[in-house]
Design a protein around this ligand. Sequence first.
Ligand SMILES: Cc1ncc(C[n+]2csc(CCOP(=O)(O)OP(=O)(O)O)c2C)c(N)n1
Ligand SMILES: [Mg+2]
Length: 338
Amino acid sequence: MARQKQEASATLDQAACAPEWTDILRQMILIRRFEEATEREFRRGKIGGYLHVYSGQEAVVSGVISALGKDDAVFTGYRDHAHALALGADPKRVMAELFGKAAGVSKGKGGSMHLFDVEHGFYGGYGIVGGHVTLAAGAAYALRYRGTDRIVVCYFGDGAMNIGSFHEAMNMAGLWGKDGMCPILFIIENNGYAMGTSVERHSALTDLAARVRAYNIQAEKADGQDLFAIRGVADRAVRQVRESGKPYCIEAVTYRFSGHGAADILQPYRSKDEVEEHKHRDPIVILRTRLSEMCGLGDNDVKKMEDEAAQRVAEAVKFAEESPAPEPDELYRDVVAE
Ligand SMILES: Cc1ncc(C[n+]2csc(CCOP(=O)(O)OP(=O)(O)O)c2C)c(N)n1
Ligand SMILES: [Mg+2]
């Protein structure tokens, strides 16, 4: 499902059992199956470089991106496959990028951490932790300066909040926001860890929303495992950012089910019990259960979604595998501005 071409002021109407919610569930299932496939293909040696998957955090992407207008812009770090897919990027071209193929969204030269798909409003995909927050804040300023009503959404992790560029970006966003010149929605993907270091061990203040408020930016926490919770906050925040031109921040409390990256196999920093406990709050299961209770979504409906996702992912892998590598003379193209 691509982004809804809805009015930015769309309200959350759970009772209506709108088809939108099943579309979002379908999207979250696709993202999960896609990520599982990338882990398999990494182990088969088909994907080189780094690989960080989003499993467990899907509601944070689907809940916010589904609240956006079609012209809004999204930035994130290196855990970026889900963001590209939720914005409507073709799974075949995303997988081809991971395989380093010319048909990839970044022409096979970016890989997992550097997806880019401007046609769908996706402005990356960045490997330098927290570096993209400055770019996103600048983009938000530029959009308002040009007189548009587009907004920027910038995702980052809990760990990214400890790098200097994060604080520079927050300070400028807070300042520009005073004049209504920084329409940006920051999303903290607080999954509890920065690689193997827990929030308790890396952040002097563990209330991450409070840290953002220090920059004169309104911030609130939301349950990142519950699609309806995160979407409800996102609807309100997106409307406010668009109208006011001021930044806003949502701390989405979530959890990653896989290791930090494909190489993080032993995960000595957390117990198996801890991971299992969090799997009881799988965002896909939570949404599926809600839709079956509220709207009569049946096991057969879900099975159809699972089959469809499996097929789309298998087609993406096949496409990526069979696609040609970039030509050697592509090596320096698009690397620096001309
Ligand atoms: C400037 C910089 N320093 C260190 C790293 C190495 N590094 C990669 S991911 C990561 C942890 C980031 O954690 P977080 O922001 O919480 O994101 P998550 O992986 O949990 O999504 C670190 C330190 C990097 N890529 N860039
Ligand atoms: Mg983290």
